[in-house]
Design a protein around this ligand. Structure first.
Ligand code: EPU
Length: 336
């Protein structure tokens, strides 16, 4: 494991924030994981595990070691009557993995096309889009406990998946290094094309995994700013989940407010709608702003600092709280 001192993080976070880290290393194999365990034992400094850098915001420079997970490899493991089991290493690019499953004739992950990030990071926030979330097709994962080197296996129940949430967030980030994830992909898939826009994007063609994936790619490219062009980390806030009473009260005042019934009786509403109807879509302060394309996405127009992006997020939280008495929660990890 090669350790680089005073490394720039600018190219390693999709916000393009110009932060730096005291130490930087890449984890390519088991020997590197062993070296990381040793480094941790010898240094009283924090370690940050980095995937694609697409769901985090560096508010400051990092005083510790940033370890980028570059573990590679993917394979079909086995098949039974209902599922094909496919596994990928934690450092694999999520979208490339999704397209690989489709090219092999496997379905299930097509609605999750073009989500930035890595396979290993995907379970941590239970990535989701267009009516599907990772938990729907998850089978198990392997992780190394960086506190004692133990190799652990987590099945679905252990992961405690919820909306943009999992056991791993609650246990504490950077304590478990996810080395590989296994998916159970249905051999008789039920296509999910009812989410707004998906059916139209299929342009009347019979759905299959590849066509749905292409439709999702088109939708995302149309609706979301491309992090290659303008720095961002996707949705910056979670969609708030409201009690039925709170929802009723808001709906009377704002009849257009979108709402999605949850299994537990609560209603998930749209943070993008709230921000948009607060007049903040396209709001900009220096190089930090709210995307003109999508109100839920904060963007870096060039040289915004992590602090400036945090400050704009605080302004949004305050405006939404004042107008609707709803407290928005940031979705990406904010590294302070
Ligand atoms: N809307 C506005 N203004 C906007 C954009 C959207 O008012 O500028 C309203 C519209 O009424 C729309 C509703 O918000 O119907 C929902 O918008 P959208 O379908 O884009 O979904 P979202 O709830 O804003 C979530 C995920 C996205 C995911 C999409 C599609 C979260 C936090 N975000 O966004 O995930 O791609 O659904 O399924 O749940 C991400 O996590 O980074 C991400 C992009």
């Amino acid at each position: 494991m090669e350790i680089i001192k005073n490394a720039s993080l600018k190219a390693l976070n999709t916000f393009g924030v110009n932060a730096s880290t005291q130490y930087y290393a890449e984890i390519h194999n088991l020997d590197d994981i062993q070296a990381l365990l040793e480094w941790k034992a010898q240094h009283d400094l924090p370690v940050l595990l980095l995937g694609g850098g697409s769901n985090l915001l560096f508010k400051n420079n990092f005083d510790g070691l940033v370890a980028k997970i570059c573990l590679a490899g993917k394979e079909r493991i086995e098949e039974d009557d209902n599922f094909t089991y496919v596994s990928a290493a934690g450092g694999e690019n999520w979208h490339k993995f999704v397209r690989w499953t489709i090219s092999q004739g496997y379905a299930g992950l097509e609605n999750l096309s073009l989500i930035p990030g890595t396979v290993g990071a995907a379970p941590i926030q239970n990535i989701g889009a267009y009516g599907v979330e990772l938990a729907d097709h998850f089978h198990s994962l392997q992780a190394v406990n960086l506190e004692n080197g133990d190799v652990l296996e987590f099945d679905k129940a252990h992961c405690q998946f919820a909306y943009r949430d999992s056991f791993f967030k609650r246990y504490g980030l950077d304590k478990l290094l996810i080395t590989s994830v296994t998916f159970a992909l249905p051999r008789h898939p039920q296509w999910k094309i009812d989410y707004a826009g998906v059916r139209d994007a299929l342009e009347g063609k019979q759905p299959n995994a590849e066509r749905i994936s292409n439709a999702i790619i088109k939708l995302r490219q149309h609706k979301l700013p491309d992090p290659e062009v303008i720095g961002n980390a996707g949705s910056f806030f979670k969609n708030p989940i409201l009690s039925p009473e709170k929802w009723q009260a808001l709906r009377e005042k704002y009849p257009e407010l979108p709402g999605y019934q949850q299994a537990d009786g609560r209603i998930k509403t749209s943070a993008a709608w709230l921000i948009h109807h607060c007049g903040l879509k396209g709001y900009r302060k220096g190089d930090a702003g709210v995307s003109e394309k999508h109100a839920l996405v904060l963007v870096n127009y060039g040289n915004a600092t992590g602090k400036e992006l945090c400050s704009i997020s605080q302004e949004i939280i305050a405006a939404i709280s004042d107008k609707y008495e709803i407290f928005l929660e940031p979705e990406p990890r904010i590294v302070v």
